[in-house]
Design a protein around this ligand. Structure first.
Ligand SMILES: Cc1cc2nc3c(=O)[nH]c(=O)nc-3n(C[C@H](O)[C@H](O)[C@H](O)COP(=O)(O)O)c2cc1C
Ligand SMILES: Nc1ncnc2c1ncn2[C@@H]1O[C@H](COP(=O)(O)OP(=O)(O)O)[C@@H](O)[C@H]1O
Length: 311
């Protein structure tokens, strides 16, 4: 998969494609379906399957801290999309300038002239450009004029649940990791670099790798049974907390993982953490001793849950 970072990096050689446009947050099963049909069309036309996505996600630009919790960071998104057979990923720097582009210009300059789109898949609620005046109907009409087909994405359901990034966020907020996994089609993971903390963990017998989440809004909270790995490593099991650590007056939301049967230095390592099952909500404790006793219980529970998961 070729990554094109920014519209200024679109080359004349990139002209001619089948295209889909969207946030693709989480890269869930609905997204995978859309992409599978795009790849099929790409083969049919003999053109590269191209996906246009935005960074930051539009709501993050417009709503800041009120934006919906981010499911996948760009880096995770790129990795997940890379597995779905797309030829090109165009990542647009979503800023005020791009957002206020005239919708006609978006179509004629970007889609037609520079990308040479022959087939376009978007949701029928897709709006774009200045005052969000560009819409599905406008794309359809432009398609007739410039000679490209425009088709609508169809909803994909699992059981009676419509798969959407919002539905995944709702399941995660409720702590239903298994249901979230079903909607995503892959486990929910958080990733980041291990940083130094307050060094309290080791003094209570539970060293915890502290992982900065780099998100404005985190979609999960609480204590979880987890698996952790990094590039080329084994998979380790452990117990983790995602939250503000009220007992030690934590200021930022953080992921902390205590690994079972592991002794070593993880500082600086980029790790991936799969949340397997939720154990409880985070709570304040009156002492570190009380917290330590609780973490012992959490660890037992996590081992049991992870044992079930393996079977
Ligand atoms: C499994 C687990 C559960 C935790 N639960 C809570 C909790 O309910 N409340 C809380 O204030 N902190 C909780 N913590 C966070 C601890 O306060 C924190 O890991 C400890 O203070 C060590 O901090 P340090 O890594 O900065 O040294 C939990 C940590 C782990 C690993
Ligand atoms: N079993 C373990 N689980 C997690 N981290 C461990 C473990 N054993 C050693 N470590 C190391 O210890 C560090 C955590 O120790 P801790 O006292 O909690 O310090 P900090 O407050 O800096 O996180 C981790 O970042 C990692 O490098």
């Amino acid at each position: 998969m070729e990554l094109i970072r920014g519209i200024h990096n679109i080359l004349p050689a990139h002209r001619g494609c089948v295209l889909t446009i969207g946030n693709f947050d989480g890269v869930h099963r609905g997204h995978a379906k859309v992409i599978a049909s795009l790849v099929e069309r790409a083969t049919h036309f003999g053109l590269p399957a191209t996906l246009m996505t935005f960074e930051p996600q539009p709501q993050e630009l417009f709503r800041g801290d009120d934006a919906p919790a981010r499911l996948s960071l760009l880096r995770d998104k790129i990795a997940l999309l890379g597995e779905l057979g797309i030829d090109r990923l165009l990542c647009v720097n979503f800023n005020r300038h791009f957002a206020s582009m005239d919708p006609e210009f978006f179509i004629e300059d970007l889609l037609v002239r520079r990308l040479g789109v022959k087939y376009l898949v978007v949701g029928d609620d897709f709006c774009f450009g200045k005052s969000r005046a560009g819409n599905f109907d406008m794309l359809k009409k432009a398609g007739e004029r410039f000679g490209f087909a425009v088709v609508n994405t169809h909803s994909f359901t699992v059981g009676d649940l419509r798969v959407s990034s919002t539905a995944v966020r709702e399941q995660l907020a409720k702590g239903n990791l298994e249901q979230a996994r079903r909607l995503l089609g892959h486990p929910f993971t958080l990733s980041g670099r291990v940083a130094h903390g307050q060094k309290i963990g080791r003094t209570i017998g539970f060293p915890t790798a502290n992982i900065a989440l780099k998100r404005k809004v985190v979609p999960v909270r609480g204590v979880f049974a987890v698996k952790l790995w990094w590039d080329g490593s084994d998979i380790y099991e452990g117990v983790a907390n995602v939250g503000f650590r009220p007992t030690v007056n934590g200021q930022v939301c953080q992921l902390e993982v205590h690994l079972f049967d592991f002794e070593g230095d993880l500082y600086g390592q980029r790790v991936e953490v799969e949340l397997v099952a939720k154990i409880r909500d985070e709570q304040p404790f009156e002492s570190l001793d009380a917290l330590k006793r609780q973490i012992w219980n959490d660890a037992d529970r996590a081992r049991a849950l992870l044992g079930d998961d393996a079977g």
